[in-house]
Design a protein around this ligand. Structure first.
Ligand SMILES: Cc1cc2nc3c(=O)[nH]c(=O)nc-3n(C[C@H](O)[C@H](O)[C@H](O)COP(=O)(O)O)c2cc1C
Ligand SMILES: Nc1ncnc2c1ncn2[C@@H]1O[C@H](COP(=O)(O)OP(=O)(O)O)[C@@H](O)[C@H]1O
Ligand SMILES: [Mg+2]
Length: 229
């Protein structure tokens, strides 16, 4: 069960990601159990977890934050239409389009890797909730949150750069208690990413190290074979 104590507002050192971070994960967005949107009102893009133990044998289950990019050949994110219930993205559901000249948009994300103890899953899953840009107001800063929702992008290739660990997964007394903790995770992820040494993984502030630039390029780069399901 979740310990009954106040949560820290940020996670990880202010100076920037500390080993083993950043960690790179990629994969096509696959179907989960359909609970994210239906039970929680919090959509999570699931990517395969099959090769996780082989690639990262020491990775602990839990909640993490990081940066996400979606393949712009399949899904174009368009910011600015904040009134729309569908969010502000345009999807190309059938044949891939010519690559958007702006490339992939980098967005903040919060995710869980594990067995969802509240639901007692028997297989490990990687579930990513994509948040609005850091320049937008946070929809989860309030007691009655509205979690970010985009048009569906199943089958789209996704790159994720994990930058920090937030907490272990817990079981909860109710679905509302689980939702409230995920709301706080969104705020912790956002406040953590707003720090200069993390924000520069999303926005170029002219002070990014060569390694940060390489990581940002990796995020936005989609090879033709990465869109398979
Ligand atoms: C940031 C975040 C934190 C989460 N923390 C927990 C947790 O502590 N315990 C838990 O059982 N599930 C946790 N979940 C997982 C949700 O239960 C899961 O996303 C939901 O069941 C949707 O699953 P689905 O994609 O298979 O539909 C978390 C999800 C996110 C995005
Ligand atoms: N902000 C978002 N973050 C992640 N996925 C989103 C978001 N908005 C819409 N989606 C879509 O919703 C799907 C996930 O919804 P969810 O209810 O968790 O279903 P599933 O159990 O199939 O993962 C994603 O695969 C994606 O297509
Ligand atoms: Mg999901």
């Amino acid at each position: 069960m979740r310990p009954d104590k106040p949560r820290d507002p940020v996670a990880g050192p202010d100076a920037g990601p500390e080993a083993p971070f950043p960690i790179r994960l990629s994969g096509p967005v696959i179907k989960g159990f359909g609970r994210g949107s239906k039970d929680l009102g919090i959509p999570t893009a699931n990517i395969p977890a099959d090769d996780l133990s082989e690639k990262f044998p020491d990775l602990q289950t839990g909640v993490y934050y990081g940066v996400v990019a979606l393949d712009p050949k399949k899904f174009v994110y368009e910011n600015g239409d904040t009134d729309s219930d569908l969010g502000s993205a345009k999807q190309f559901p059938t044949s891939p389009q010519k690559e958007n000249s702006a490339g992939a948009v980098l967005l903040p994300a919060v995710l869980s890797i594990g067995y969802n103890p509240y639901y007692k899953n028997t297989v490990r899953s990687v579930e990513i909730h994509i948040m609005p840009p850091l320049t937008d107001p946070s929809p989860t800063a309030v007691a009655q949150p509205k979690f970010n929702r985009l048009p569906d992008f199943y089958g789209t290739a996704l790159n994720l750069l994990m930058l920090g660990y937030i907490r272990p997964e817990y079981d909860y007394v109710s679905v509302d208690a689980l939702i409230e903790d995920i709301r706080i995770d969104c705020e912790v992820a956002r406040q953590s990413l707003l720090r200069d040494a993390y924000r520069r993984y999303i926005v170029d502030d002219g002070q990014a190290s060569e390694q940060v630039q390489v990581d940002r390029e990796w995020l936005a780069n989609f090879h033709s074979d990465s869109a398979r399901i």
